[in-house]
Design a binder for this molecule. Structure first.
Ligand SMILES: *[C@@H]1O[C@H](CO)[C@@H](O)[C@H](O)[C@H]1NC(C)=O
Ligand SMILES: *[C@@H]1O[C@H](CO)[C@@H](O)[C@H](O)[C@H]1NC(C)=O
Ligand SMILES: [Zn+2]
Length: 379
């Protein structure tokens, strides 16, 4: 029945070429675990003090041996007070990524997520991206990483678009069709306090569109994990920490610690919407005081009974099935099915799109050419 319905919907769409427009959300028709209206209300109707405060740290772009050093330094061997390993999420793009390193991060229990194969400029490429482009950039990237980093295809569940550039309906349609679970691209600069919780696109989103085009079709399936902006020291919103402008002096650890804490408290003392620390690794590498402040902040988080540093996908899992802190604490920890990596160095690999030679570390086999859009296995 479900398959027949899906078939009819697809046929209708092919005939008209249009997706159904999303209608305004009615909470009675949109229920967990499948559906949630865009809203600042706490899932499951929980009170703030019973609600786990999730902390998600995410890093964007290629994984290489240099940034792996930082990740080992600040992320490995952390635990939450429930005894579970602390999480972090990596939105990875392909060019210059070292797949041995990706395999290591995966085996350490961190989340490996999609940030497209090409990450190319100009930004209008993404704003105008069609469904087929997004299949080649996202779904093929999943094939690429599953192969060269030897991690399960289904474990890549999240997407962040390059430059936080939304693609209208396209990326969400692709996610719906290929079972990619959530998007973490969409900033909010207005729903900070109370913060906007993750929601689905069955119905129209009420979130403001900062980097248009945003999806306006009804697209059941994928979740939106809003990037709730920080406020810099002049009160100007910034979705990525490294995009905040009025920040403490970059060599002042104590002031940075306070700056992080003030932003955290907007969530923790508010409606406990997930608190994000979204950054590129270079910012920490070039600013050791910021890195130390962050490590101190994570030490604090890892000692609080109602705060949990998790992979982003774990937030979505909780929102689908919300439960109070004491119940959440009793849940078994997530387990990562470890995979092997035979460390191979491949190269020089000629790249068909720009005629450059690349070297690439792989876990499984070496490709013939450098993998790229349209040829994710480099065959
Ligand atoms: C998304 O789909 C809706 C409904 O079909 C349509 O009105 C809108 O123009 C589409 N958005 C873009 C950017 O194409
Ligand atoms: C991984 O490698 C080890 C040691 O070579 C081997 O015993 C094990 O069977 C391998 N596991 C898988 C899933 O291939
Ligand atoms: Zn990026």
């Amino acid at each position: 029945m479900k398959i027949l319905l899906l078939f009819i919907v697809i046929v209708v769409n092919v005939v008209t070429g249009d997706l159904p427009l999303a209608l305004s959300c009615e909470a009675e028709k949109c229920e967990l675990p499948e559906c949630r209206c865009s809203s600042t209300s706490i899932p499951g109707g929980l009170a703030a003090k019973e609600t786990p405060q999730f902390f998600t740290i995410t890093f964007d772009d290629a994984i290489n041996v240099m940034n792996l050093v930082t990740y080992r330094d600040i992320l490995y061997n952390r635990h939450n007070t429930n005894g579970c390993r602390a999480g972090a999420t990596f939105y990875i793009n392909h060019e210059y990524t070292n797949y041995n390193a990706v395999n290591e991060l995966y085996n350490e229990g961190f989340e490996i997520a999609l940030h497209t194969i090409s990450h190319r400029t100009p930004q209008t490429y993404w704003a105008e991206a069609t469904y087929d482009t997004m299949v080649q950039e996202l779904v093929d990237q999943r094939v690429l990483m599953a192969h060269f980093a030897n991690i399960p295809y289904d474990e890549m569940k999240g997407v962040r678009m390059p430059f936080l550039q939304m693609t209208g309906n396209s990326s969400f349609q692709v996610m719906a069709d290929f079972g990619i679970i959530y998007d973490a691209t969409w900033p909010t600069v207005t729903s900070l306090s109370p913060g906007l919780w993750p929601y689905t696109l069955h119905y129209a989103s009420t979130q403001e569109c900062v980097i248009p085009p945003c999806p306006t079709a009804s697209i059941p399936g994928p979740w939106v994990m809003p990037m709730i902006s920080w406020l810099d020291q002049n009160g100007i919103p910034c979705p990525m920490v490294d995009s905040c402008f009025f920040v403490p002096k970059l060599d002042n650890e104590d002031e940075w610690y306070d700056f992080i804490l003030i932003n955290f408290e907007r969530h923790y003392l508010g409606n406990r919407a997930p608190f994000g620390f979204y950054i590129h690794e270079w910012y920490l590498r070039f600013n050791p005081a910021v890195k130390r402040a962050l490590a101190r902040f994570m030490d604090l988080i890892n000692s609080l009974n109602d705060v949990f540093m998790v992979n982003s996908i774990e937030v979505i899992e909780w929102v689908k099935n919300p439960m109070p802190i004491d119940e959440y604490r009793r849940k078994p920890c997530k387990v990562t099915k470890k995979t092997n990596c035979t460390r191979l160095t491949c190269g020089p690999l000629r790249s068909d799109h720009n005629n450059l030679d690349y070297w690439m570390e792989s876990c499984t086999s070496c490709p013939r050419t450098y993998p790229w859009v349209g040829n994710p296995l480099g065959q």
